[in-house]
Design a protein around this ligand. Structure first.
Ligand SMILES: [Ca+2]
Length: 337
């Protein structure tokens, strides 16, 4: 199961989806029992919320403001009563509810539901009494978004108090390394950090919990995945460092040279995928399927054009042979631009 999750996320990174912007930034219930929701625009973003609806299981309000790049706006029942930032009601059940922000022109709908694990873009823990649940938007390239519990809310200001995992990734300068990401995956967050040069990294935006830390990227034209040999535990608002990786200089590097365990190398292809001609009574064709298990292409012996497919992780499976009930071999390929 974990491997599948890894590959889903990996495909997302390689595809480099458009930058994911989340305006919903933090929410909680104050000591007087009033619900509040913070909105934030990223430094390059602007948001027009005139007429947008913010809906929960037990309330609805109409928003009436715009938000400048980098700005924070907090909506609560007091502001709504004064019709400062909108009108209507804002309430939610702090134990279990959802926030839904309607689609506006040029802006996608946003929502977050709680409590839901694993946490992520639309899944959050529940806000504790007097605390909040805050969102971390990491690198746009990674589309890495997570919600975590913040016991000291930051109404109207940048979210903090998330947990982080960091360390170093090193490789020889003569080794060509591309598309390198370090991932931290756990019940309370999956976040990634991109590196284009050897050095230190920090994966931020995590809730307290236990994480698997992995590295993936293209090394000398081949796909490498390395898994840190131990789970990493972070507590609330803590950074755990020293989670280091060293990328081997070649695909045949000795296992003992590595600080983390490398998985078998997958094939990295660009433009076309070569399916070796079958020998004897072996399969004559194969299928290419994606990380969700959907078949995307039937492959034939020889060169197959895959230039029309989105970059990402795929799998090749030989077509089952009627005479054999043996499991068919599955090979991983990574399609790059
Ligand atoms: Ca905040």
């Amino acid at each position: 199961m974990r491997t599948v999750a890894v590959l889903f996320a990996l495909a997302g990174a390689v595809v480099a989806n458009p930058v994911l912007v989340t305006y919903l930034s933090e929410f909680g219930v104050d000591s007087a029992g009033r619900a509040w929701v913070e909105f934030n625009a990223q430094p390059e973003e602007y948001g027009d919320f005139h007429g947008a609806l913010l809906t929960t299981s037990c309330s609805e309000c109409t928003l009436n403001f715009d938000i400048q790049p980098g700005e924070y706006v907090v909506v609560d029942s007091e502001a709504l009563a004064q019709r400062v930032l909108g009108w209507g009601k804002l309430r939610f059940n702090p134990l279990a509810d959802s926030l839904f922000l309607s689609v506006m022109e040029g802006m996608p709908a946003e929502s977050v539901r709680f409590p839901v694990v694993p946490t992520g873009q639309r899944a959050a823990p529940a806000p504790p009494p007097g605390g909040s649940v805050a969102c971390c938007n990491n690198s746009g390239l990674a589309n890495a978004v997570n919600w975590y519990v913040d016991s000291t809310p930051t109404r109207g200001g940048p979210n903090d108090d998330f947990s982080s995992i960091g360390g170093r990734v090193d490789w020889d300068s003569t080794v060509q390394v591309e598309m390198l990401w370090v991932w931290a995956r756990g019940c309370y967050g999956t976040m990634a950090e991109y590196l284009d040069t050897p050095g230190e990294y920090v994966v931020p935006g995590l809730g307290p919990g236990t994480y698997e830390v992995e590295l993936s990227g293209s090394v000398e034209g081949q796909w490498l995945e390395m898994i840190y040999p131990e789970s990493v535990r972070v507590s609330y608002s803590q950074t755990v460092g020293g989670i280091n990786f060293r990328i081997p200089s070649s695909a045949v590097a000795e296992q003992s040279d590595r600080q983390a365990v490398a998985e078998p190398w997958a094939t990295l292809v660009r433009g076309s995928l070569l399916l070796p001609a079958s020998s004897g009574a072996r399969a004559r064709s194969a299928v290419l399927f994606d990380a969700s298990g959907s078949t995307v292409l039937t492959l034939h012996p020889g060169r197959n054009d895959v230039s029309g497919l989105s970059p990402g992780v795929y799998f090749v499976r030989e077509e089952p042979q009627a005479a054999s009930r043996k499991p068919q071999a599955i090979r991983k390929v990574v399609i790059a631009r």
